[in-house]
Design a protein around this ligand. Structure first.
Ligand SMILES: Cc1cc2nc3c(=O)[nH]c(=O)nc-3n(C[C@H](O)[C@H](O)[C@H](O)COP(=O)(O)O)c2cc1C
Length: 166
């Protein structure tokens, strides 16, 4: 039996938490927030997922900080997931001063640097009332929706069946 841990911080509208719960259920995984993770227990897991909403073009700071604190768990199977108000194409608005990058770039780079083996990534839209979007009642209303959650479950099932996992 594959032991899986899903680490998720979801603060804006609990959008990513809904997705995390679906993924965790499919994988019979433990679900923790970054500040609840006991780093010395991570080696007991076969697969670890990292997820949050996207904030200014990257995962939530507490998730990135946790990844930075992790020991080298060379070859440990991991996956990344997120929800975001915009599609990645819109993200250049926030990133234009630096570079146009995928929402997962900074978390992915951190994980790769630690020697983790990323076996999958998932993202979908999440209701967003940040800044000026509040004035128009928010964007990506109703997301994640049932279709997004079906996709999330499908993603998790693939992880389960992945020959790379476990
Ligand atoms: C301060 C702030 C910054 C955000 N930055 C981005 C962004 O750069 N790109 C984007 O698509 N969405 C952005 N969003 C929207 C969130 O990613 C989106 O609402 C997400 O679903 C929130 O997830 P959560 O409810 O799990 O925290 C931002 C939201 C907030 C509050």
């Amino acid at each position: 039996m594959m032991r899986t841990l899903v680490i998720c911080i979801s603060i804006h509208h609990k959008n990513t938490e809904i997705v995390a719960k679906e993924i965790a259920e499919v994988l019979s995984a433990d679900l923790l927030k970054p500040n609840e993770v006991e780093i010395n227990t991570l080696s007991e897991y076969d697969l670890i997922g990292f997820g949050s909403g996207i904030y200014f073009g990257e995962h939530h700071r507490s998730l990135l900080n946790l990844i930075d604190k992790l020991p080298d768990l060379k070859g440990k199977k991991v996956f990344i997931f997120s929800t975001s108000g915009m599609s990645n194409a819109g993200n250049y608005i926030h990133n234009v001063r630096h570079r146009v990058s995928h929402f997962h770039t900074s978390s992915r780079e951190r994980l790769v640097k630690k020697g983790f083996d990323i076996i999958g990534e998932f993202t979908c839209r999440g209701f967003d009332t940040a800044g000026p979007f509040k004035l128009i009642g928010g964007i990506s209303k109703g997301r994640p929706n049932e279709n997004d959650l079906e996709n999330a479950r499908g993603f998790a099932k693939k992880l389960k069946g992945s020959p790379n996992a476990g």
